[in-house]
Design a protein. Structure first.
Length: 67
């Protein structure tokens, strides 16, 4: 599955890289929400995907912090 590959890719990154990935995902989410509010967003399902990716990134960061 696509999400499993994404998680495996995240687990191979360092915490600094994960934090950078998290910042860029949050910026993307902000831009998607802004486009949605101005009726410029065509693929609204992308918001859900980005939110879930943010959660996956945060989960991997937490796992690495506990290890």
């Amino acid at each position: 599955m696509k999400s499993n590959n994404f998680v495996e890719e995240l687990k191979s990154k360092s915490v600094e890289e994960l934090n950078q990935e998290l910042v860029s995902a949050k910026k993307e989410l902000f831009n998607l929400r802004f486009q949605n509010a101005t009726n410029q967003l065509t693929n609204t399902a992308r918001i859900k995907d980005v939110r879930r990716n943010i959660a996956r990134i945060q989960t991997v960061i937490t796992e690495k912090a506990r290890a």
